[in-house]
Ligand binder design. Structure first.
Ligand code: PAF
Length: 284
């Protein structure tokens, strides 16, 4: 595996590979890699001749300085995992390499970016659009891979790709990878105390139980069930639970309002912010 730290070296290397007719899969990450990331790499490995993984904690998408400061940084372990997963190129730039000057671009991301994470974390999705558009521009991948844990993020990236004209590039969503007890894998899980870690699987368990509840209750009742149930456990505080149309990300009032309804939750487990989601069976 090659480790590349500059944009110039990356683009030169990829131009050469592209010249040989190779397809390129990109897996953008912020490091602190776990089996969820490796499942994206495995998929990229199957689909493409060359796999590039970027490892970059992008400062412009953090609206909370403490979250940025405490975000886990584990480069040595990340490199070992990428090597073992058969990655061809790890792109690990410094902040100054990506932002030699401030990125002042404001993306018109529209309604998909205005609700849920967009409402709770002002500027977050604009920062995601900044870094992902830069990565798409440097790598010019054939395909790019994102995990469905960040369900809304994928919709925002699709919108960014559309407005920036990345028409050829295929964006591939990959299923959430879970721990054996159901907790969605996340780089933030390492910040949970032992007691919080024990409690955290109630998020997925409750979402799962809500599938049955939803078959005989309204959208509003199902939302309330999820919020009340999760909040009844120690350490857990739901920030929001929204049931939205999977394409538009807009909250629905009735199950028939969406072809595919998705419930998206954010929960503070102590001071660690965890997210998860679940797809409800179609009702129309
Ligand atoms: O999902 C993430 O880890 C990040 O938001 C991403 C897509 C790598 C951009 O920094």
């Amino acid at each position: 595996m090659e480790i590349i730290r500059t944009v110039k070296a990356l683009t030169e290397r990829l131009d050469a590979l592209r010249g040989e007719g190779k397809s390129i899969g990109l897996v953008p990450t912020m490091g602190a890699l776990h089996a969820g990331h490796i499942s994206l790499v495995d998929r990229a490995r199957r689909d493409n001749d060359v796999v590039v993984v970027s490892v970059f904690v992008n400062p412009t998408q953090f609206n909370n300085p403490t979250d940025l400061a405490t975000y886990p940084r584990t480069e040595e372990a990340d490199v070992a995992k990428l090597e073992a997963a058969g990655v061809d190129i790890a792109f690990i730039p410094a902040v100054e390499e990506i932002y030699p000057e401030p990125d002042t671009r404001q993306f018109d991301l529209g309604p998909v970016a205005e609700v849920m994470e967009g409402a709770m974390r002002p500027g977050h999705f604009n920062g995601v659009a900044q870094i992902v558009s830069k990565l798409f521009g440097y790598v010019r991948p054939t395909r790019a891979y994102f995990g469905e844990k960040d369900f809304q993020q994928i919709a925002v990236i699709r919108r960014m790709a559309q407005i920036e004209g990345f028409d050829e590039l295929e964006i591939i969503d990959c299923p959430i990878k879970r721990e054996a007890d159901g907790l969605a894998m996340s780089s933030r899980n390492v910040r949970l105390t032992a007691e919080q870690r024990e409690m955290a699987p109630v998020i997925h368990r409750t979402l799962d139980e809500s599938l049955l509840w939803a078959s005989t209750h309204s959208v509003g009742q199902t939302k309330q069930f999820v919020i009340d149930t999760i909040n009844s456990f120690p350490f857990m505080k739901v920030e929001y639970y929204e049931i939205v149309d999977a394409l538009t990300m807009q909250p629905i009032a009735d199950w028939a309002d969406a072809e595919q309804a998705v419930g998206c939750v954010t929960v503070f487990c102590g001071d660690v912010r965890l997210i998860d989601n679940i797809k409800y069976p179609p009702r129309r």
